[in-house]
Write a protein that binds this ligand. Structure first.
Ligand SMILES: [Zn+2]
Length: 319
């Protein structure tokens, strides 16, 4: 009986079966924002595992023994740097005994390199409890910094895996094009609220406020990493009243009840935002979707506050 399989097809199949599967670059990211950008750049050429959950405080991540195994098997580690993970990552790295992730090795990708940090203290004093001792590490809240980080990751991946350099460069271009298109839209959305003040729970947003011309310099925490105290909250309430601040931003791992108490006292709105894809519903898909959610949520809250203020002015004038 004549075979229906063409010899050329058979040969191709045999060659494909005999070739070893192309190993993907095994990447570990510390937090989901870096993980999402690493996935966008790496695409199908990398496998990305993220250590912190999107609902976890990046300064105080619950370090599990399984993290040591993941770090031990990794070809690359994408970390924030700037002391973001100083409270939990160094001990894990020590125990993982992976020379590929040693400081200065090509597999150690510290994303803060090439980013201009703000709020760098002139004198290092951890005794006051401030956990932003190397400057503010929440730089990814500015999409321009996300572009710098994406470029850094693409270059590092290309160095570790030269055969896929073209893929990484192509993905970088796609990421930048999407981000550029969104940036114009985001700036338009927030333009009506130029210089408006917003309260945040933690000092996570200085890069964001600078990029989008908002003022976010009043926090429910007396210092980054120090929980709110009644005395400090009383001061915040006074300032919110005197400066007419009507929006409080809260992230998933922060105490929403504290924010609600302050909001009830000042007539403010609490808005849920997140630095991490998946921290709030509809932000799971990636960095761009995350920023899109945050910007729309903040614009909506500020628009609501503006209307409420107008209504109260009108009712005052009518009296
Ligand atoms: Zn912080």
């Amino acid at each position: 009986m004549k075979s229906i399989t063409h010899p050329a097809i058979l040969a191709t199949l045999l060659v494909a079966l005999c070739q070893p599967a192309q190993a993907k670059l095994n990447v570990v990211a510390t937090t989901p924002d870096f993980g999402a950008i690493a996935s966008s750049i790496g695409g199908s050429e990398v496998s990305v595992t993220t250590l912190a959950k999107p609902t976890e405080d990046p300064h105080f991540v619950d370090a599990k023994p399984s993290f040591i195994v993941k770090l031990n098997h990794a070809d690359a580690l994408v970390e924030g740097g700037a002391d973001l993970e100083i409270g939990w990552l160094p001990a894990l790295l020590d125990q993982s005994r992976n020379p590929k992730l040693a400081a200065g090795a090509p597999g150690r990708i510290a994303c803060s390199q090439g980013v201009e940090l703000v709020e760098v203290p002139s004198t290092l004093d951890r005794s006051k409890g401030d956990i932003h001792a190397a400057g503010n590490p929440h730089y990814l809240t500015d999409p321009f910094n996300a572009k710098a980080v994406a470029r850094h990751i693409a270059e590092a991946f290309a160095q570790l895996d030269p055969k896929s350099a073209q893929v990484y460069n192509g993905n970088l271009k796609k990421f930048n094009d999407l981000l550029d298109a969104k940036l114009t839209e985001w700036q338009t959305l927030l333009a009506p609220f130029k210089d408006q003040q917003v309260v945040a729970y933690h000092d996570s947003w200085p890069y964001f406020s600078r990029r989008f011309s908002l003022k976010i310099d009043l926090f429910l925490e007396p210092k980054p990493g120090i929980p709110p105290t009644p005395v400090h909250l009383a001061e915040v309430i006074l300032r919110m009243r005197s400066d007419h601040i009507h929006v409080i931003m809260v992230e998933p791992y922060q105490n929403r009840k504290t924010a609600q108490t302050v909001a009830a006292d000042t007539g403010a709105t609490v808005v849920d935002v997140t630095q991490f894809p998946g921290g709030v519903k509809a932000t799971e898909s990636g960095y761009i979707e995350l920023m899109d959610y945050n910007i729309r949520a903040i614009a909506r809250a500020l628009a609501g506050a503006k209307q409420a203020a107008l209504r109260s002015d009108k009712s005052f004038a009518a009296k």
